[in-house]
Design a protein around this ligand. Structure first.
Ligand code: HEC
Length: 145
């Protein structure tokens, strides 16, 4: 128990060192030079195409009224949310709280969608799914575009 606490604290410290390192590099660097992409950014890149596919398939499962298929796709997204919270965007990296908040919102809107599908209420599930898409877009507006 103790050991893992120490590990968490250490990794948090390392994380903030990395962030301030990059912020420093940003300030110093001239245009045209690439900011080094670290592991947590790579993770985010790797994750996003899956989000696109799973959310498209989730939407089509709702269209078809297939609650089981909707759950399969929702679970794919939910399985990555923790990693999403731990990953790091290129832009506005200091606004971590907002980033983690949007990842949490993604989680909640996906759960709400699949719960409605489970009850057979597909028209409300589709409305709930719109909020999922809005969350994708809100995060991209702030941290990607
Ligand atoms: C918490 C923030 C956040 C949420 C929520 C989010 N994304 Fe992203 N997404 C990003 C960021 C940041 C990038 C840019 C990645 C980069 O620059 O490394 C991105 C990039 C992408 C890309 C482009 C591929 C890439 O690696 O650049 C796609 C496609 C994508 N997201 C789809 C989605 C879909 C679909 C959803 C919703 C189901 C979603 N995202 C939810 C933050 C988010």
């Amino acid at each position: 128990m103790r050991k893992s606490c120490v590990k968490i604290i250490l990794s948090l410290m390392m994380g903030s060192l990395t962030i301030s390192g990059i912020a420093f590099a940003h300030g110093k660097e001239k245009h045209g030079k690439k900011v080094p992409v670290d592991a947590r950014m790579k993770k985010l890149h790797a994750m996003m195409p899956m989000f696109s596919i799973a959310s498209a398939e989730l939407e089509s499962a709702l269209e078809k009224g297939d609650a089981a298929a909707a759950k399969v796709q929702a679970d794919k997204i939910l399985a990555e949310v923790l990693d999403l919270k731990r990953s790091k965007p290129h832009k506005n990296i200091k606004q971590r709280k907002r980033f983690v908040g949007l990842a949490t919102e993604l989680e909640q809107t996906v759960i709400a969608t699949v719960d409605l599908a489970k009850t057979g209420n597909f028209s409300e599930a589709k409305t709930a799914f719109k909020k999922v898409e809005e969350t994708c877009a809100a995060c991209h507006a702030k941290f990607r575009d």
